[in-house]
Structure formats: structure tokens, C-alpha cells
Ligand binder design. Structure first.
Ligand SMILES: Cc1ncc(C[n+]2csc(CCOP(=O)(O)OP(=O)(O)O)c2C)c(N)n1
Ligand SMILES: CC(=O)[C@@H](O)[C@H](O)COP(=O)(O)O
Ligand SMILES: [Mg+2]
Length: 630
């Protein structure tokens, strides 16, 4: 079937199961081929081909609301809702988004990217439906990983209490990015093996009702059978105790099983939890046999071999640099404990985990718990190393403020993916952490100019015992600079002059330093003398150097690959105002006050105006035109 001819999912209504099986094969082939060129979340999407087809056949999207939790597994949904023709642009600049996007389609009723939001949103839609008196079905689809997110449990609690009509589809493939973890995962494990709970319970109840009314022993025996059955299938009760009708486990790759249970679920009043068992990566051998999470989200790959098409001899990734430096330090510092909220692969913690299995905790998709867990460890003299993406740290803002910083606890936040991340787009850009951390008392916030300074900053963070300290670093690889053999601490709050200059000073840090230096080089050829400062401590700032800079009366330009609102440049403005430097010209370059969509980082920087050319042009507007030297 030519998938690009699909305009609307209603075509499924007339298709036979045999035709749907063929369609599943066509979609799998399409995904494998397209994503071999674009990259993307191939594993999750191969796992939900039949499930997505079945949902669109049984329900009437967009009247019935299908909400995709995390949303990285919504490619099949996008194919069935008329977007197959756009997959050559998947996750590319101005192309198809890798997550549900309401501006793309009326079938994308809820935008996701961050995990565990679908149940809360679904509850909101269910309440709205009932207040409006309409009758659409509300169907959130949530993975076993996303179900470990605190928000999901908060929502289950509320939905079960209010008993709203809703069909929660639990897509259980036993994987988060890496193998799923936690007690809830074990509950699901018992479910997966227990066999059909609901049907057995119903049949048993019908059987018991057929037994002529007898008192005493027989009825009591029957009750005991029912209780022992329930005990045997205890996990089904887990959801039933929360107020849900549990159905499952259902084979998520068998259309007959899916249709039977989906139609059964439609008849049930109140909240239903339909437990669907799928295989992540199904239909593509390398992805299907992925035991660690390599095929959760990938770059381009060679279909025949499953080899990833990565540029050769890259510098080590920033994540690897930080995690491996901590691993080395942990050999002589038994205080160090590593914590990750479900990102052991992305944070390159495999080495640490293998060497220190009793000092490595993957807590699942639970950023709030991860942060306060770290706080608890620190109260007992341990040195928690919390490896967490900038965008996911947003989930734990109160834990950072209330639990860690207010108590001034020695937590080391390794803030990964800080800055633009590119293909994951607006839900994942790590551009807000400076603004939401800078104002929190007691926290040190720093960013290295390259991986050598990065290793020294890791060492500084581990040695620092005066409270919480955060090191932010970008997605991707370092610059390939020479690494010092010996680690040293960097004095907290000290900046570094990288280039002297007399006409203007640029204050910047991290990924925008090369751009500033390149601009300075270009401007020198036009007789403009630019000072470039590595403002590597965003908090505390180097106040001594700031006073010197303001007293030099040079104009100042701050540059940051982070939100301007409340960012580093704002801090410099505040300093100037608070210290009476009202004459100095200060300008700021950074991420404007809007969400930055998906695309390559290079394209996004160009769109935003954060390039060497833009810096040169900005500097020229800030200083009087200089006569060219004779
Ligand atoms: C708040 C948050 N934390 C972490 C992530 C990163 N993340 C993306 S998908 C994923 C695993 C999701 O597992 P599951 O829900 O089981 O979906 P599957 O990939 O197995 O289909 C994680 C941890 C995220 N998107 N949001
Ligand atoms: C969907 C999701 O949130 C993760 O899969 C995320 O895309 C991983 O990002 P990295 O590729 O930067 O590890
Ligand atoms: Mg899963």
C-alpha cells in the first residue's frame, strides 16, 4: 500500500484483519526505511504498529481523543492521519515534528515530549466532556516507563476516585529507554504472566451465580476460590483497587485480541486500564533484540547491518566525559553516588554502573524523587552526582529549591543537554535552566568552555563541600582539545580572559565561546579590539572582574545559548544597575522569548541570530565607526 495516499484513518473501518496485517508490514517497512535516513525513535514506533492501527479502527479520531504519552511513539499515528508523505523531513528544520503537534493535525489532540502527562490531560478532557454533555471516548496511551512518572500516579489516583469514563491503554514492552525499573514494573511483570484476569473473574462470577443458592460450605468455598483467584492474579487487583476495571494482558500484535478487548472496554462504565503487551522494535532484528536501549532513539543507520552512520573520530561525548570523570573520582571517593531518572544510556552511566553497581541508582522517570533522594543522601555526608537533562530538571524545580538549596546540601547536578538539542525540538531544548536556577540562593552554576575545563569543573564540583553545585554542558561531543593529565579545582566565581581588547568586551561561556573568539578575530581585521571573557561561573559571577570591566567604560555584550529572559545577560544588567554603572552600554544576545522548534542546532542558531556574523554585526552597532588605520 502507498502510505502517502492515506489522508484519514477512516479507511481502516472497512479493512479486514488480513488487510490490516499487510498494512502493518507496509508500515514497518516504511518506518525502517525512512528512519534509516532521518533517524528517530524507531524502537518505540515499531512496537505500536498494530496497536495504533487497532485504536484508529475502533475509535473515531479526532472526535474520540487519542493521547500519546511522551509522544515519541506517534509516528504510526502520523502515518494513519495523512502525514506519511512528510517523513523525509522528520525532526528536521521546518519539517515533521517527532512528537504530536496540534498545529500539524486535528488528530494530535495533546502535545507531549515530556513523559507522564497524558493521564492528567485525559482527565481534564473527560471532565470537560461530561460538563459539556458530549460522549466522545478519551483514550490516553501510556508506556510502562511513563507510568513510573509521578504525574501518572497522581492522575491514576484522581481518575480512579472520580470514576470518569476513560480507557487508559498501557503499552507495556518492559522497556523504558533502558529496561524499565521499579516495583510497579514488577507488578506489571506479574500481570504479563498471569493471564486474562477480567475474563476469568467474570466467568467465575457467572459460574458462582449458576450454583443453586446454597448456604454454608459451597458458597464459602466459592468465595475462597474467588479470593484465591484474585490472590493469584494479584496485580490485576492493583489497578482495580485504584478504581479501574483492569483488562488484560492483551497481545498488542494480535488484531483479534486487540479488537475483542477494545470493544469490550468501550462497553465498560468508569475508568478502564487495558494492559497491552508489545515488543519494542518489533519487526527489525537489531531493534527487536535491543537489551539496553540503543534503538530507542537513533541517528541514521545501515538497514542491512544495523550499523549507525556516525561521523568518524569524534571527540568523546560531553556525557561520557562527565560520567567517566566522576567514575574515576569514585574509585577514591566512596561518598559519590550516581543517580539518573531513567537516562542511564543518554547520560553514559553504563561504565559507572558496572564498576559501582551499589552506588548507581536509576529511579525511573522520576526527576522529583531523584532530586530529593540526592538531598537525603547529602544529609548523610554522601556526594550525590545527579545526572539529569536540563529539560527534565524542569520537573524538579521545587525539589531543587525546597529540598536541596534551602538546606544548602552538597548535591552535584550534572545538567546534560544544556542549550539547544536540535531534533527533539521545543519540548527538549535545554535553554531555561539558567533562568530557573540563577535566582535560587546557595546554588553554584557553571559551564565549561571545552572538555578540558569540563573535567576540572567535575573535579571542582566533587571537591566542593559548601552546598549545591551545578555543571551545565551541551548535548553532543566536545571540541577535541588536549586534556590535562592532572585534575585541578577552579576557584568558584572566577572568570577567565581569553582575549584582551580595548573597544568592547564580550562576556560568554560554553558553546558560544568559539563564536565570540571568531568574531573577535574578524573584527580585529577591521581595527576593532574585542576583549573576550569566559564567564564560566554564571553564579556566582566574578564581581571583581565585572567592576573592572564597568570601570573601563567599554560597552559590554553578553552572549548565551540560553533564554535571555532571566538569563546570564539579565544578571549582568542587574549587577550594573545595583552598582550604579548607568553609563555603560550593555547588550545581550541569546534565545528569544519564544519556544524553539526542531531542526539542526546550526539551523536554529542561524534562525535565532546566534552566529559569528550576527556577533560581528552586533558589535559594530555598539561601537562608533572606527577610521581604518592608514
Ligand atoms: C519527564 C521525562 N523524563 C525523561 C524522558 C526521556 N524519555 C523519553 S522516552 C522514555 C522512556 C519511555 O518509556 P515508555 O513510556 O515505556 O515508552 P516506550 O519507549 O517503551 O514505548 C524516557 C525516559 C522524558 N521524555 N520525559
Ligand atoms: C523522547 C525522549 O525524551 C528521549 O528519547 C530523548 O529524545 C532522548 O534525548 P537524547 O537523544 O538527547 O538522549
Ligand atoms: Mg516501555
Amino acid at each position: 500500500m502507498n502510505l502517502t495516499e492515506i489522508k484519514d484513518p477512516r479507511f481502516l473501518k472497512s479493512m479486514s484483519t488480513e488487510q490490516l496485517i499487510q498494512l502493518s508490514a507496509d508500515i514497518r517497512q516504511f518506518l525502517i526505511e525512512k528512519l534509516s535516513k532521518t533517524g528517530g525513535h524507531i524502537g518505540p514506533n515499531l512496537g505500536v504498529v498494530e496497536l495504533t492501527i487497532a485504536l484508529h479502527k475502533v475509535f473515531d479520531s479526532p472526535k474520540d481523543k487519542l493521547l500519546w504519552d511522551v509522544g515519541h511513539q506517534s509516528y504510526v499515528h502520523k502515518i494513519l492521519t495523512g502525514r506519511a508523505g512528510e517523513f523525509n523531513t522528520l525532526r528536521q528544520y521546518k519539517g515533521l515534528c517527532g512528537f504530536p503537534k496540534r498545529s500539524e493535525s486535528e488528530h494530535d489532540v495533546w502535545e507531549t515530549g515530556h513523559s507522564s502527562t497524558s493521564l492528567s490531560a485525559a482527565m481534564g478532557m473527560a471532565i470537560a466532556r461530561d460538563l459539556k454533555g458530549t460522549n466522545e471516548y478519551i483514550v490516553p496511551i501510556i508506556g510502562d516507563g511513563a507510568l513510573t512518572g509521578g504525574m501518572a500516579l497522581e492522575a491514576l489516583n484522581h481518575i480512579g476516585h472520580e470514576k470518569k469514563d476513560m480507557i487508559v491503554v498501557l503499552n507495556d514492552n518492559e522497556m523504558s529507554i533502558a529496561p524499565n525499573v521499579g516495583a510497579l514494573h514488577n507488578v506489571l511483570g506479574r500481570l504479563r504472566t498471569a493471564g486474562k484476569y477480567q475474563w476469568v473473574k467474570d466467568e467465575l462470577e457467572m459460574l458462582l451465580k449458576k450454583i443453586p443458592a446454597v448456604g454454608g460450605k459451597l458458597a464459602a468455598t466459592a468465595e475462597r476460590i474467588k479470593d484465591s483467584l484474585k490472590y493469584l492474579l494479584v496485580s490485576g487487583v492493583f489497578f482495580e483497587e485504584l478504581g479501574f476495571t483492569y483488562l488484560g494482558p492483551v497481545n498488542g500484535h494480535d488484531f483479534d485480541d486487540l479488537f475483542e478487548n477494545l470493544h469490550y472496554a468501550k462497553k465498560i462504565k468508569g475508568p478502564v486500564l487495558l494492559h497491552v503487551i508489545t515488543k519494542k522494535g518489533k519487526g527489525y532484528h537489531p531493534a527487536e533484540n535491543d537489551k539496553v536501549g540503543t534503538w530507542h532513539g537513533t541517528g541514521p543507520y545501515k538497514i542491512e547491518t544495523g550499523d549507525f552512520l556516525k561521523p568518524v573520530d569524534q571527540a568523546p561525548s560531553w556525557s561520557e566525559l562527565v560520567s567517566e570523570t566522576v567514575r574515576k573520582l569514585a574509585r577514591t571517593d566512596s561518598r559519590i553516588v550516581a543517580i539518573t531518572p531513567a537516562m542511564p544510556v543518554g547520560s553514559k552511566l553504563e561504565g559507572f554502573a558496572s564498576e559501582f553497581p551499589d552506588r548507581m541508582y536509576d529511579v525511573g522517570i522520576a526527576e522529583q524523587h531523584a532530586t530529593t533522594l540526592a538531598a537525603g543522601l547529602a544529609t548523610q555526608g554522601m556526594k550525590p552526582f545527579l545526572a539529569i537533562y536540563s529539560t527534565f530538571l524542569q520537573r524538579a524545580y521545587d525539589q531543587v529549591v525546597h529540598d536541596v538549596c534551602r538546606q544548602n546540601l552538597n548535591v552535584f547536578f550534572a545538567i546534560d543537554r544544556a542549550g539547544l538539542v536540535g531534533a527533539d525540538g521545543e519540548t527538549h531544548q535545554g535553554v531555561f535552566d539558567i533562568a530557573f536556577l540563577r535566582h535560587v540562593p546557595n546554588l553554584v552554576l557553571m559551564m565549561p568552555k571545552d572538555e578540558n575545563e569540563g573535567q576540572h569543573m567535575v573535579y571542582t564540583a566533587i571537591q566542593y563541600d559548601d552546598g549545591p553545585i551545578a555543571l551545565r554542558f551541551p548535548r553532543g561531543n566536545g571540541l577535541g582539545v588536549k586534556m590535562d593529565a592532572e585534575l585541578r579545582t577552579i576557584p568558584i566565581g572566577t572568570w577567565e580572559v581569553l582575549r584582551e581588547g580595548r573597544d568592547i568586551a564580550i562576556l560568554t561561556f560554553g558553546t558560544t565561546i568559539p563564536m565570540a573568539l571568531e568574531a573577535a578575530e574578524k573584527l580585529a581585521k577591521e581595527n576593532v579590539s574585542v576583549k573576550v571573557v569566559n564567564a564560566r561561573f554564571i553564579k556566582p559571577m566574578d564581581e571583581a572582574m565585572l567592576h573592572e570591566l564597568f570601570e573601563s567604560n567599554m560597552p559590554l555584550l553578553t552572549i548565551e545559548e540560553a533564554a535571555l529572559q532571566g538569563g546570564f545577560g539579565s544578571a549582568v544588567l542587574e549587577f550594573a544597575h545595583d552598582h550604579g554603572y548607568h553609563q555603560t552600554v550593555i547588550q545581550r544576545m541569546g534565545i528569544p522569548d519564544r519556544f524553539i522548534e526542531h531542526g539542526s542546532v546550526k539551523e536554529l542558531l542561524q534562525e535565532i541570530g546566534l552566529t559569528t556574523v550576527h556577533v560581528v554585526d552586533r558589535v559594530k552597532t555598539m561601537i562608533p565607526r572606527k577610521q581604518k588605520r592608514a
